[in-house]
Design a protein around this ligand. Structure first.
Ligand SMILES: *Cc1c(COP(=O)(O)O)cnc(C)c1O
Length: 400
């Protein structure tokens, strides 16, 4: 049985991607206390927005209570509503698709491609062709940048432009990554980031919506604050949300932004150590880094081919758990989730679904930027202990 996280007995446990605070977060929090800017209004919020948008090179940013909230607002700004469809990566966390349902629309899931594990051009092309023939074009395409790496956005954008459908980049996992020199999350019409506790930087919980469309961002800001009209009394014409980030948490975010580059360096170094130690073993592989950009390696993800490796991803994850080490399979593709039973799905090739294969073979390894080398050694030794001794097959066979 899988036991969930127990904060009261966590000694010695190695986590997948725990929060890692820098040195300045507390000063920003203290400032918020000292000046009594405690709630959703205050200088940390404004600074966090402008510091992040300057860092990624977007014209603006809106700080929100979660990445999911940011996706919800982005899709609403693109006029997604009841009866619509939205194309969405299948190999991702459920939060990529839930906001589609919040708005009464239905997702159509798109498989991954091997070079980046992100959205497959071929699958997207088939989905668009069918939608065009059926006269049921999607309102938007949610493209996820998985595990710290951008999707191959240039061809995907060209295809979406051809059909006139806007892109929302779910960059919850890819803050700090680049695509052709640009920041991940800034290539679609809207981009969203998450500062949930497991992400590369965290505000304990929070998100950000970015775009070059500053008018749309103003509207997102309005909707995120209960759609309150500018009047001294409480005046409302539309249904809004309570989605703003608090000034205290924005202070944590400002401190975390300062250490983002350091976090990326640590994560990439952790990946390199896993790769050096394990990639030459038969049947072991790693998530590739595509040439078009730089990944953050938010999580180090390994694949295990049962036939060649003589062990399975499940077995390794189980062994790690027995040794108080957190590891997980890659995301269960959303088209396999009971929640989305009946939703259309386009695999990479008509006969083979890459996301399903990655789900069977993939392991997300402990990748916290604070992971010590000796802790990583413990993880790797535990993985190596799963390998059965190699037996030689003699010429005549039969002795195996
Ligand atoms: C974490 C995550 C989200 C949601 O972010 P929250 O801030 O937790 O709401 C969305 N999409 C992906 C791919 C994520 O990993």
């Amino acid at each position: 049985m899988y036991r969930s996280w127990d904060p009261l007995s966590n000694h010695n446990r190695i986590y997948l991607s725990p929060p890692h605070m820098g040195t300045e977060e507390q000063a920003y929090i203290a400032e918020a206390f000292d000046t009594n800017w405690i709630t959703t209004l205050g200088p940390n919020v404004q600074h966090f927005e402008s510091e992040l948008s300057a860092m990624v090179g977007s014209k603006g940013a809106v700080a929100l209570s979660s990445g999911t909230a940011a996706l919800h607002l982005a899709l609403q700004l693109l006029d997604v509503g009841p009866g619509d469809t939205v194309f969405c990566s299948s190999l991702t966390f459920v939060a990529s698709a839930n906001p589609i349902r919040y708005l009464g629309a239905e997702p159509v899931f798109i498989d991954s491609e091997p070079a980046s594990w992100n959205m497959s051009y071929h699958a997207l092309q088939r989905a668009f062709r069918d939608a065009f023939i059926q006269n049921k074009m999607p309102k938007a395409v949610v493209i996820v940048n998985l595990y710290g790496q951008s999707a191959d956005l240039e061809p995907l954008c060209a295809l979406c432009d051809l059909y006139g459908v806007p892109i929302v980049e779910d960059a919850a996992e890819s803050l700090g990554a680049t695509y052709q020199g640009k920041a991940s999350g800034t290539i679609g019409r809207f981009g969203i980031f998450s500062f949930n506790g497991n992400k590369i930087i965290t505000t304990s919980g929070g998100g950000m919506l970015v775009s070059d469309d500053t008018a749309a961002l103003e509207r997102a800001r309005f909707l995120s604050a209960q759609a309150r009209e500018p009047a001294i009394h409480y005046q409302h014409h539309e249904t809004g949300y309570n989605y703003r980030l608090s000034n205290i948490l924005a202070g944590v975010g400002r401190g975390q932004l300062k250490v983002l580059d350091e976090r990326i360096r640590s994560k990439r170094a952790i990946f390199e150590r896993y790769h050096t130690e394990l990639s030459t073993l038969p049947g072991f592989g790693f998530m590739p880094e595509a040439e078009y950009g730089k990944a953050t390696r938010w999580l180090s993800v390994m694949t295990v081919d049962q036939v060649q490796a003589g062990t399975t991803a499940d077995e390794i994850i189980q062994r790690l758990h027995e040794n108080n080490i957190e590891a997980r399979p890659v995301w269960k593709p959303l088209h396999l989730q009971p929640l989305f039973a009946g939703c259309a799905y386009y695999p990479h090739e008509s006969e083979s679904s890459l996301s399903e294969q990655l789900f069977r073979q993939g392991i997300c390894l402990p990748s916290g930027s604070s992971l010590k080398e000796e802790e990583q050694r413990r993880v790797m030794d535990c993985i190596l202990s799963c390998l059965r001794p190699v037996r030689m097959v003699s010429g005549g066979g039969g002795s195996y």
